[in-house]
Ligand binder design. Structure first.
Ligand code: ATP
Ligand code: MG
Length: 567
C-alpha cells in the first residue's frame, strides 16, 4: 500500500476524552474514528488488524471442529419472549419496530436465534454433537460505554454454540473450546489467564471460565494464588474457612448510644475499636425476599455469593425506604439481634472470630455491645458471603491470594438445557425418547481483543504490533523521494518485498523525515526499512520496532536478514 493515498488520518496529540493507551493510540494511529457515543468506524488500517485476528480465530475454530455461519443482527422479539429474556435483559437490549409495528431487537447475543435454528433442523441424536459459530456485530446499550472499542455499544463478537446429547459430550466440547481459546490468545501475543467465573444459577461448579488479558486498566479483578495455579474472578473467589470460634465474653448484651454513627468508620472512630470486632449488617432483596447478611467490619459482602447461596435470580441492595419498612430504622443501625422473623439472616464465617462485638440495635442512634454471635442471635450455619481479600488463604489451600486487573476478552460457559428447554430444542435418542439438547456457548470480544493487544503492546512512541496481527509486515520509508537513488531503491524494494510475500506499507509521501519516523513508530509495524543517504550504495537501515534493534544492511542480504528478525 502506498501511503500517499492511503486513508490513514493520524494525530500528533492525545485526543480529548481518550483515557487509556489503546483508545488514544487507535485514534492517533488512524485505526478507528467515533461515529456516535460507543459506536465506531474501523478505518482501513484498523480493519486489517481486525481481519488478522478474525483469521486466527477462524483457523482455531475450524481446528476445534466448529462450523461457521452468519446470523442476522436483527432478531424477532418473539424469540426473546419465548426464552424469557425480553423482560430480563433490561435496558442494554436495543429494541426497534418495523413498518408493520412488529417488535424486533438488535442482538446482544444469539442463543435464541441459534437454538431455534437447530431446533427446526436437528431432530435426532445421529446429527449431534454440533458446534456452530459466527463472527458478527453485536449491540448492547451499555450504561457506560468507554475506553473506545473496549466497551462499546456496537462491537464485533465471535460467538460459538455447541449442542450435545448429554453432559459428558458438553464437557468434551467445552474442553475443546477452552483449548482453542488458549491457542487464539497465545497467537495474538497476549499475556492472559483463564479464570473461574460466576455461573449464576444455571452453570454449576466449574461451568464457566473467563479469559483475562492482564492489564492495569482492566475492569475485572482476578484473585490468584501466589503459589498455585488457582485463579478466579474476584466476584466468585471462595474464602477458605480457617476461623476458630471465639469464646463468649462475661458481659451480656447491652444497648449503647451511638448518635450519628452510621458507618463502620464512624463506629471505629467514635468507639475507638478495631474494625474486625464489629458486625456489618447489610439488607438485600433477593427475588422479593428480605435477607440480612452479616459479615465482619473489615470485610465486604459479596452479593453474587449471596445470590448463589439462595439460588436467587436477582439480588439487590434494599432501598432506604425498604430498609425503614422492614427493619424499622435506617441502614446504619440495622443488625441481626432482634431482627424481624421474616428476615432471613446469613452470617459470614469470619464472624465466628468475634467474641464481644458491636452491631446495630434496629433503632436510630443505637447499637448493641458485647454481642456474641450464636449467643445473642441464632446462627444455623456460617457461610462464605464475603469478597476475598489480598492475603487471604487461597481456596485450594496453597499460598495466599493476590489481586491483578484484567480485561475480559473471552468467556466459555456451560449453558446446559436452559435455552433448549425454553425453546423446545429436543432430539430423539437411541430409544426414541425425546430429550433436550445440552448446550454450551463461547464468546470472544473481537474488537475488544484488538484494543487489548495494544494495551499490552505499546511504548511511549506508539504501537508495537506482534507480527501475527500487525496490519502490514514492513514499513518501507523513502526519506527523500526527490533523490533518484532513494526513490528507485524504494520502488524496487516495494515490488521485491511483496513478491516475497511481505505485506508492505510504503511511505512515498513528500513529508519531512521526522514526520515519517514519528508516524512509523506510531503505526508500529514490526519492521521498518529506510532508504536514505546510502541508497546509492544499496544500503538500507532496518529497525525492529519491538526493541529498537537497528542495523544497516545491504539489499543483497536483506531477505535473509529479515528472516532472522522474525525469531
Ligand atoms: P462485560 O462483563 O465486560 O460486560 P459480558 O460478561 O457482558 O462482558 P459476554 O456476554 O460474556 O460479556 O460476551 C462475550 C465477550 O464479548 C466478552 O468476553 C467481551 O470480550 C465481549 N464484550 C462484551 N461486552 C462488550 C462491549 N460492550 N464492548 C466490547 N466487547 C464486549
Ligand atoms: Mg456486559
Amino acid at each position: 500500500m502506498r501511503q500517499q493515498l492511503f486513508f490513514n488520518p493520524t494525530m500528533r496529540d492525545i485526543p480529548q476524552g481518550a483515557d487509556v493507551p489503546s483508545h488514544q493510540l487507535m485514534l492517533r494511529a488512524g485505526l478507528i474514528r467515533q461515529t456516535a457515543s460507543g459506536i465506531y468506524t474501523f478505518l482501513p488500517l484498523g480493519l486489517k488488524v481486525l481481519r488478522n485476528i478474525e483469521r486466527i480465530i477462524q483457523e482455531e475454530m475450524e481446528k476445534a471442529g466448529a462450523q461457521e455461519l452468519l446470523m442476522p443482527a436483527i432478531q424477532p422479539a418473539e424469540l426473546w419472549e419465548e426464552s424469557g429474556r425480553l423482560k430480563d435483559y433490561g435496558p442494554e437490549l436495543m429494541r426497534l419496530k418495523d413498518r408493520h409495528d412488529r417488535d424486533f431487537v438488535l442482538g446482544p447475543t444469539h442463543e435464541e436465534v441459534i437454538t431455534s435454528l437447530v431446533r427446526d433442523h436437528i431432530t435426532t441424536y445421529k446429527k449431534l454433537p454440533i458446534t456452530l459459530y459466527q463472527i458478527q456485530t453485536k449491540y448492547r446499550d451499555e450504561r457506560r460505554p468507554r475506553f473506545g472499542v473496549l466497551r462499546s455499544r456496537e462491537f464485533i463478537m465471535k460467538d460459538a454454540y455447541s449442542f450435545d446429547t448429554d453432559r459428558s459430550g458438553l464437557d468434551t466440547n467445552y474442553e475443546r473450546m477452552y483449548e482453542a481459546y488458549q491457542n487464539i490468545f497465545t497467537r495474538c501475543g497476549l499475556d492472559f489467564r483463564a479464570v473461574e467465573a460466576d455461573a449464576g444459577a444455571i452453570g454449576g461448579k466449574g461451568g464457566t471460565h473467563e479469559f483475562m488479558v492482564l492489564s492495569q486498566i482492566g475492569e475485572d479483578t482476578i484473585a490468584f494464588s501466589d503459589t498455585s495455579q488457582y485463579a478466579a474472578n474476584v466476584e466468585i473467589a471462595a474464602v477458605l474457612d480457617t476461623y476458630e470460634k471465639a469464646v463468649p465474653p462475661a458481659a451480656s448484651l447491652e444497648v449503647i448510644d451511638t448518635p450519628q454513627m452510621k458507618t463502620i468508620d464512624d463506629l471505629t472512630a467514635g468507639l475507638n475499636l478495631e474494625k474486625a470486632s464489629l458486625l456489618k449488617s447489610v439488607l438485600f432483596i433477593a427475588d422479593e425476599e428480605p435477607v440480612l447478611v452479616v459479615c465482619r467490619g473489615d470485610h465486604e459482602v459479596n452479593d453474587i455469593k449471596v445470590g448463589n447461596a439462595l439460588d436467587a435470580r436477582e439480588v439487590r441492595l434494599a432501598e432506604p425506604d425498604e430498609v425503614q419498612d422492614i427493619m424499622g430504622t435506617e441502614a446504619g443501625f440495622v443488625g441481626p439481634v432482634g431482627a424481624p422473623s421474616q428476615v432471613k439472616i446469613l452470617v459470614d464465617a469470619a464472624v465466628k472470630t468475634i467474641s464481644s462485638g458491636i452491631c446495630g440495635a434496629n433503632e436510630k442512634d443505637k447499637h448493641y455491645q458485647n454481642v456474641h454471635p450464636g449467643r445473642d442471635f441464632p446462627i444455623t450455619e456460617y457461610g462464605d458471603y464475603r469478597i476475598v481479600q489480598e492475603g487471604d488463604p487461597s481456596p485450594d489451600g496453597q499460598g495466599k491470594i493476590r489481586f491483578a486487573e484484567g480485561i475480559e476478552v473471552g468467556h466459555v460457559f456451560k449453558l446446559g438445557t436452559k435455552y433448549s428447554e425454553a425453546l423446545g430444542a429436543v432430539y430423539l435418542d437411541e430409544n426414541g425418547r425425546s430429550q433436550p439438547m445440552v448446550m454450551g456457548c463461547y464468546g470472544i470480544g473481537v474488537s475488544r481483543l484488538l484494543a487489548a493487544v495494544i494495551e499490552q503492546h505499546h511504548d511511549e512512541n506508539g504501537i508495537t504490533w506482534p507480527g501475527s496481527v500487525a496490519p502490514f509486515d514492513v514499513h518501507l520509508l523513502v526519506l527523500n523521494p526527490k533523490q533518484d537513488d532513494q526513490h528507485e531503491l524504494g520502488e524496487q524494494l516495494y515490488t521485491r518485498l511483496q513478491d516475497n510475500g511481505y505485506a508492505v506499507l510504503y511511505d512515498d509521501r513528500k513529508e519531512r523525515a521526522g514526520v515519517k519516523f514519528n508516524d512509523s513508530d506510531l503505526i508500529g509495524l514490526p519492521v521498518r526499512i529506510t532508504c536514505g543517504k546510502k541508497a546509492g550504495d544499496g544500503i538500507v537501515e532496518v529497525k525492529r520496532r519491538r526493541d529498537g534493534k537497528m542495523e544497516e544492511v545491504h539489499v543483497n542480504e536483506l531477505f535473509s536478514y529479515l528472516e532472522t528478525l522474525r525469531k
